[in-house]
Ligand binder design. Sequence first.
Ligand SMILES: [Fe+2]
Ligand SMILES: [Fe+2]
Length: 172
Amino acid sequence: MAKRGNSIIKGIEIDEVIKLLNRAYADEWLAYYQYYIEEKVVTGIMSKSAVTELAEHAADELRHADMVANRIMQLGGTPLLNPKDWFTHTNCGYEEPKNFDVLAILDDAIKGEQCAISTYSNIAEITRDKDIVTYDIVSQILADEVEHEEDLQALYDDINDFVDQVKSTIKG
Ligand SMILES: [Fe+2]
Ligand SMILES: [Fe+2]
């Protein structure tokens, strides 16, 4: 635990920050696994480009889990020790892929990113001017999640346009 480092936290209970971070930590592991498994099972038109994107996101979510765990430790907390706790602490839940088609997978992933954006902007709001270090870390993660949403949406739109073109060619 960083004693002097933690003494600069003002106007918010450290335990409260640890709780918020542990919930985000659960989200990151579930997001990591969701991308990991989606990358394996995804099929359909242009699914190769989706595979590359999903693999990159998996790596990012795992890196986020690491950033959050390190901050929890600095604050004197303990990151969730049992994967069972991920399900009781998560904000965004876990969306088991049921339809492996690339557009369905991307749609699920976009929803997940939108939830992550809400979660981190909420933590940023709460820690702003109170816990500068946590604020900085969650802001960095938030910027990644915004980029994730944008990349997935761009890919979704590309594939959707391509499918529409193919359909109109067949009809024509
Ligand atoms: Fe993340
Ligand atoms: Fe993400």
